[in-house]
Ligand binder design. Sequence first.
Ligand code: PMP
Length: 360
Amino acid sequence: TEKRVYNFSAGPSTLPVPVLEKVAAQMLNYKDSGMSVMEMSHRSSSYLEIFNETKALLKKVLNIPDNYKILFIQGGATQQFSTIPLNLMKNGKADYIVTGAFSKKSAQEAKKFGDIHIAYNGADNGFKHIPTQEELDLREDASYVHLCSNNTIFGTEWKYVPDTKGVPVVADMSSNILSKPINVADYGMIYAGAQKNMGIAGLGVVIVREDLIKDHKENIPVLMEYNTIADNDSMYNTPPTFSIYVLGLMLEWIDSLGGLEVMQKRNEEKAKLLYDYLDQSDFYHVHSDKDNRSFMNVTFTCPNKDLDAKFVKESIAAGMSNLKGHRSVGGIRASIYNAMPLDGVQTLLDFMKKFEEENK
Ligand code: PMP
């Protein structure tokens, strides 16, 4: 591991070393099966054990109630932008809360399928802000309200679940799922692309209240019908077998450390180190409003673009990678998901101090 860098990528992102070591150790011969997980039939007993244990562990770690279905789907989070309106927009109306690039994309996609009302649009303030309850303009007759719980690009995060007067909340949790405990029952559906806190790309995880998917419209493409996927336990076709296996290892790792309370404590500690320093600095500027800051993606700028570029360049020489902010925000973005160790954040912090000293 001595040559590994601290990888602050927003996703696919750094994985825990114990998970990578286990993958490596099991690569050629998984538990005496004589083959790797990649080579197994998805219907073999060896694989079904991995699949069922992964599902059970996700249910345990996230504390998912019995009336929710867990679906493992190829296509990532973006596929759900289309699948959600196809399955859940029963009366042709849905509300979307737009707080960043991905919630904007999800609303745009849903507009193909029905009457979409934008309950809040953060574009006017550069997506620095998460709306308060009072700032939301929700319709009581919407089929669902869609939000993105953590805005990967802008570095903002919801700190509460809005009151929607019984309208199901559908949440894109791609970039903060498994980072802290949540009450699953507050949501009609939760979904995420796996390539951050859930492991590697190729897998979308959907957790949906079963009554919401009982009936669906006619003529939905078969791999987009949630109830077909649920009735076949995510095996209507071949699921992304290796990504599911890695999710299982990620969950084992979280569970062995003490579960989501421990993740939350670790994540708060890491984020606080960075934000406390940024707040007292008049060199760096945090992009997001103070109340809405993401504990997963810390976004900030240097005094000008040249210094942003210099920061990124010198950070690479100092053993860090992927700190360049998204092109729509500029500056620096440090993605500090569950797998980023405290040492990595401390290394970044020391570098930030030194860089400020040398360039102010
Ligand atoms: N939603 C959020 C919050 C994301 O961060 C991402 C990807 N970074 C997506 C959706 C899109 O996910 P995917 O690439 O798995 O389709």
